[in-house]
Design a protein around this ligand. Structure first.
Ligand code: HPA
Length: 320
């Protein structure tokens, strides 16, 4: 399948840690991993739900210790993304997951941001950083980290909300989002991946999210679909991830064709490509094969990604 130039809007940088890099960083940092080798690690990528993935995702990122580690991970992703046709990337990172391991905000933010700063010149990919907060931790923690990010003038374009969804509704984080919006930041939130449509409503009404990450369960609520259509709310969909985390049975069961037919503002993204069997072009290939998407539908998905990106008009015009 030819490469489709697109923007990647739903990507956790820690989810790009390929087994080879996990082992290389462990060796560099003198860490003994509880896996025999890269094959043994990759064999554990048989997930039963979101939490089973998150357990391994948080454990594996312990190899990230220095600014150089964060920079190497980011460079590896951007090189891979450039080869996949990505022209613009909005990259989430989980600062709290690093702070909890004793890694400073400066180390993780500067490591990733230093590489993003030159991604357009180096690889032709414009990029920006989104600080995502862990919804299964107290909102006061998120607020404290947000205030620290603002105090250090971190180069972030927005904030997000991720980690275990069910039981942690968006409304818990209303104050965090109010502070972020007042500081001029964009707001995205995971909702409707495993959680119910009510969480998508809350992300829109309470957090006033500019984009919904995943959002696939929105289809269960016709009134919500009408709202998403009326406001052209971007939904950053991650098909291979949804299969691997068993939000859908097989790729053939994925709601993407229904979402497209309804006219929802969906884009295709890879989420945690090292763990879910593919980068953005693999996601495009999987849905194209499963649903025989037409060139027009593929063009719509790519255009949606550029239109839904937090880009200035000049760069958007170049990309569209
Ligand atoms: N959902 C929630 N949190 C996450 C994910 C996801 O798919 N990937 C990394 N953190």
């Amino acid at each position: 399948m030819p490469l489709l130039p697109c923007a990647e809007l739903h990507l956790h940088i820690e989810g790009t840690l390929e087994p080879d890099l996990v082992f290389a960083l462990a060796a560099r940092n003198g860490i003994t991993l509880p896996y025999a080798d890269t094959t043994d690690l990759a064999a554990r990528y048989a997930f039963t739900d979101l939490q089973s993935f998150l357990d391994l995702y948080y454990a594996t990122m312990d190899v990230l210790r220095t600014e150089a580690d964060f920079a190497d991970m980011t460079r590896a992703y951007l090189r891979r993304a450039a080869a996949a046709g990505v022209r613009h990337a909005e990259i989430m990172m989980d600062p709290q997951a690093h702070l909890a391991r004793g890694i400073s905000l400066e180390t993780c933010v500067n490591g990733v941001a230093s590489v993003l700063a030159t991604s357009e010149a180096d690889l032709g990919i414009s990029s920006s950083l989104i600080a995502a907060f862990l919804r299964d931790r107290p909102a006061e923690d998120a607020l404290g980290v947000l205030r620290d990010l603002l105090a250090m003038d971190a180069p972030i374009v927005g904030i997000g909300l991720d980690s275990a969804e069910v039981g942690f509704p968006p409304s818990l984080f209303s104050e965090v989002y109010d502070v972020a919006r007042a500081a001029g930041l964009k707001c995205v939130a995971h909702a409707g991946e495993e959680g119910p449509p009510a969480y998508v409503w809350e992300a829109l009404d309470v957090l006033r999210a500019d984009r919904i990450d995943h959002g696939i369960r929105s289809l269960e609520d016709g009134t919500l679909v009408a709202r998403l259509l009326a406001e052209r709310v971007p939904l950053t969909v991650c098909p291979l991830s949804n299969v691997r985390l068993r939000a859908v049975g097989t790729i053939g069961d994925h709601p993407l064709p229904r979402m497209l037919a309804l006219g929802l503002n969906v884009s295709i993204n890879s989420n945690d490509p090292a763990y879910f069997g593919g980068y953005v072009e693999d996601n495009f290939a999987a849905v194209t094969k499963a649903f025989g998407l037409s060139p027009d539908e593929l063009a719509t998905l790519a255009a949606n990604s550029f239109r839904s990106a937090f880009l200035d008009d000049e760069r958007r015009a170049v990309l569209l």
